[in-house]
Design a protein around this ligand. Structure first.
Ligand code: PAF
Length: 303
C-alpha cells in the first residue's frame, strides 16, 4: 500500500550522490540484503515543492529513498526545449538533503545510454492521444528511461506527480506489460500517484514555470481558474459544452492558446462523450502561454 509508513532507514546518515549505474546497483543490493524497502522518485531536476511532496512521501513510506536527477534526452522531441530545460543540480541536492533523501542518482547521458536505446514501447491509446499526439516519441523516451531506472533500482514504490496525468497512465501500462512478461521487479512495484501542488495563484508547479516572464506568470493562473469553474459548469452541461467552455474562455484571454482540452476516461484516456461513460473522468489540458511560448499542462477531476 502506498500509505504504509516506514521508519526512515538512514535518517541521520548523510545523503550520497551517485553517478554510476554500477554504484547505484551496489547500494541497492546492500539495502536489499538488509531487507530495506526502497522508494524511487524519478525527476529531471529543477526541483520544486511538487517534487518535494513526492520525496517527503517516499521518505515516510520506505526505509530508503533514491531520487534520480536526469534530464532525459530521448523524451524531448524538440532540441531547443532540451537545451532550455533548467539544470540546477547543486540546489536540487541541497533540497533533497533537507528532505531526508538517502541517495541522489545523477548520471551522465553516456552512463544511461552507452549506446542508443532502440527499444520501442507502445500502449495505445494511453500513449497516442494528447501529449502522445503532439509530442511524437515523448512517451517512448519516458518509458526508456523509467524502465531503466526501475530495472536498476527495483523499487518497492515509485512516486509520480499527477500533473503529468497521462505519464502515469503510460507508466502503469508499461509496468503491466513487464508484469505480464514475468519481470519480478514489475510485480513488486507499486506506482504511487501524488496530487498536483499549486502556487498560491493556482498555477500548477512545474520546472518550466521558471521560464515564464512576469506577464506570462500573471495570465497562466487562468488555466486552473477556468478548469475549476468548469467543474461546476459540468453539473448542468454536457461534456461537449464543458469542453467548449474551457477552450473558449482560455482562448479569449490574450497570451493564452489552448493546444488541446480532452475530457477523458481517467484510466484509458479515451475521450468520453457523456458523463456516464466512465466512473472516473479527467479533463487534461495543454496551453501555450506568452510569446515564447511556454507550454503548460494541467488537469482536473470531474468524477
Ligand atoms: O516527469 C518527469 O520529470 C520525467 O518525465 C521523468 C518521469 C523523470 C522521466 O524522465
Amino acid at each position: 500500500m502506498c500509505g504504509a509508513i516506514a521508519t526512515s532507514y538512514m535518517k541521520r546518515k548523510k545523503m550520497e550522490i551517485i553517478n554510476s549505474v554500477k554504484e547505484l546497483k551496489a547500494k541497492v543490493s546492500a539495502l536489499r540484503s538488509d531487507n530495506k524497502t526502497i522508494g524511487l522518485v524519478p525527476t529531471m531536476g529543477a526541483l520544486h515543492a511538487g517534487h518535494a511532496s513526492l520525496v517527503k512521501r517516499s521518505v515516510r513510506e520506505n526505509h530508503a529513498t533514491i531520487v534520480s536527477v536526469f534530464v532525459n534526452p530521448t523524451q524531448f522531441n524538440d532540441k531547443n526545449d532540451l537545451e532550455a530545460y533548467p539544470r540546477t543540480l547543486f540546489a536540487d541536492c541541497n533540497l533533497l538533503q533537507r528532505l531526508g533523501a538517502d541517495f541522489v542518482f545523477a548520471p551522465s547521458v553516456e552512463e544511461i545510454y552507452p549506446e542508443p536505446d532502440t527499444r520501442t514501447f507502445s500502449y495505445p491509446p494511453t500513449d497516442t492521444v494528447m501529449e502522445g499526439a503532439f509530442r511524437p516519441g515523448h512517451f517512448n523516451g519516458v518509458c526508456q528511461i523509467v524502465s531503466k531506472l526501475f530495472m536498476f533500482v527495483e523499487p518497492d514504490r515509485a512516486y509520480f506527480g499527477e500533473k503529468d496525468f497521462q505519464q502515469i497512465a503510460v507508466i502503469r501500462a508499461m509496468v503491466a506489460d513487464y508484469t505480464s512478461q514475468g519481470a519480478t521487479w514489475a510485480k513488486r512495484l507499486e506506482i504511487c500517484p501524488c496530487p498536483i501542488v499549486r502556487e498560491e495563484s493556482g498555477l500548477a508547479l512545474s520546472s518550466r514555470n521558471t521560464l515564464l516572464s512576469i506577464n506570462e506568470k500573471a495570465i497562466a493562473p487562468n488555466i486552473y481558474r477556468v478548469l475549476k469553474e468548469s467543474v461546476d459548469f459540468s453539473k448542468t452541461h454536457t461534456v461537449e459544452e464543458t469542453q467548449q467552455m474551457v477552450v473558449n474562455q482560455l482562448n479569449g484571454i490574450e497570451g493564452l492558446e489552448v493546444q488541446y482540452y480532452n475530457i477523458v476516461n481517467a484510466i484509458t484516456l479515451e475521450n468520453v462523450t457523456s458523463w456516464d461513460d466512465a466512473d472516473h473522468i479527467q479533463g487534461c489540458i495543454t496551453v501555450f502561454c506568452g510569446a515564447t511560448p511556454i507550454r503548460l499542462i494541467d488537469n482536473i477531476n470531474y468524477k
